[in-house]
Write a new protein. Structure first.
Length: 466
């Protein structure tokens, strides 16, 4: 790789194992993305002349909402340390209409890649930046008091006299102040620091947003170096906040911005993952209306086609090629079907996987097994108030049964129904947790039925509340 970075050499089985920690079921979709990730590693091992000819096999995920399509793609990107963006196909419009153009997804990916690479570089220099920031803060703290105060401005056209210089601290004094900073004994001390005003001028903010994405020049970057545009302001903050701000400033100085941009563009081109959700919403339905909202559906598909097929997109960081980006599309396809997409676009998504609707057993596993399960989240949240929640097995089974029942009788929104049900279940507890004080609350099936039975039994009410 030109930026010297290698894709983690995870085997497909290891990738599926990692995804299993967060997502229940959907083995076919997990296998498909695991193979796609492994093929990226394999591509790096082949000779250079053949490497450019090997393109990723894009994937379409077909399944109802709330079954894990987005989560699989998001977790895969995190696992691969790859830039990732999620876009909704229904937000795009055909060229010539007002709205987002399809090339904006590539620009968003480059921005995500720059943020990712910058964070990695900042982490590398964090120790040095902290050291420099502590030195500066120690100097500021030593210069507090009347002797270090700046005189007021001069009168008329006379320039104000320069402020008295504060002598540099000796090594022993610096180390003493640094030790006090780390021990927290100076946390109440206030210092005055000068920071750059990062806010964009009002007139620039008024010109931002949709409709300006096709302009490759960032107006804020263009104007910030002009006289009067780059401003700084003094702030009086406590020592810990001052140290954080100075660390950020020192870290930014240590990071080579041009190299970050260069590496980020390469990372986006070779490792980037773009998740196109709701692609079924732009599929042309047979016998559907040809006017109104449907007018640009096929046009959006034709605009997406060159991006997925491999093209060059102009961004403010230069030209970005999409040939080796991985595109994962997803849709419920309740009304339309994948064959309703234009043939050329179908051909660019050769791998199709169908995600299964969630059963009651799946919902039980979702509540219990994932590392970030809702039960763990709510337990951790209320533990901050000293309240320990204890969910019994029959309570989890009852919650899953209610979620499945409501999904069957109303709209099936998959695992997202659990969010609504748990929020309703714990509404009173969450509101009064601070008044209850430390203690333990056992949540069993009887408690679940008591809190939710009236809502579940009234179908009209459950449509509004659950």
């Amino acid at each position: 790789m030109s930026n010297g970075r290698k894709i983690p050499a995870l085997t497909p089985r290891e990738v599926v194992g990692e995804l299993d920690r967060y997502i229940v079921g959907q083995s076919a979709a997990k296998r498909a993305v695991a193979i796609a990730l492994r093929n990226r590693w394999r591509r790096q091992q082949v000779p250079e002349e053949l490497r450019e000819e090997i393109h990723p096999k894009n994937i379409i995920m077909i399944g109802p909402t709330g079954v894990g399509k987005t989560e699989i793609a998001r977790r895969l990107a995190k696992l691969a340390q790859a830039p990732f963006v999620k876009v909704e196909a229904s937000k795009f419009t055909e060229v010539g209409y007002v709205g987002r153009d399809v090339e904006s997804m590539v620009r968003d990916l480059v921005e995500a890649a720059i943020a990712l690479v910058r964070d990695e570089e900042l982490e590398k220099v964090r120790a040095r930046a902290t050291e420099f920031a502590e030195d500066r803060l120690a100097q500021l703290l030593s210069g507090q008091g009347p002797a270090a105060s700046r005189p007021s401005g001069g009168i008329g056209f006379m320039a104000p006299p320069p402020p008295p210089s504060v002598p540099r601290l000796g090594d022993s004094e610096r180390e003493k102040l640094r030790a006090q900073l780390r021990a927290g004994t100076l946390d109440d001390q206030e210092v005055e620091i000068e920071t750059s005003d990062a806010g964009a001028p009002t007139f620039l903010r008024n010109f931002s947003g949709q409709g300006m994405e096709e302009i490759g020049v960032n107006l804020q970057d263009l104007f910030k170096n002009m006289p009067g545009m780059s401003r700084t302001r003094k702030r009086s903050v406590r020592a810990p906040e001052a140290l954080r701000l100075l660390e950020q400033e020192e870290a930014a100085k240590l990071v080579d911005t041009e190299r970050v941009t260069r590496d980020a563009v390469v990372r986006a081109e070779t490792h980037g993952i773009i998740f196109i959700d709701e692609i079924d919403k732009i599929a042309s339905r047979e016998g559907g209306a040809k006017g109104g909202p449907d007018v640009s559906r096929e046009g959006v598909q034709r605009d997406i086609l060159p991006i997925v097929e491999g093209s060059t997109v102009n961004t403010k960081y230069g030209q970005v090629k999409t040939d080796h980006m991985l595109f994962i599309a997803a849709g419920a396809f309740h009304v339309s079907k994948p064959s309703d997409l234009i043939p050329e676009l179908q051909g660019r998504f050769p791998i199709r996987v169908e995600l299964e609707p969630l059963s009651g057993d799946d919902l039980v596993r979702i509540l219990r097994e994932p590392k970030n399960s809702l039960i763990r989240q709510y337990t951790a949240l209320l533990a901050t108030e000293g309240l320990r929640l204890d969910f019994t097995d029959d309570a989890i089974a009852e919650l899953a049964q209610i979620a499945q029942s409501v999904n069957e009788r109303t709209e099936n929104i998959g695992a997202r129904r659990l969010h609504t049900i748990l929020e309703r279940l714990l509404d009173e507890v969450s509101f009064n947790a601070d008044e209850r004080g430390p203690g333990e609350l056992k949540i069993d099936a009887a408690y679940v039925r008591e809190r939710l039975s009236s809502v579940v039994q009234d179908e009209d009410l459950s449509r509004y509340i659950l």
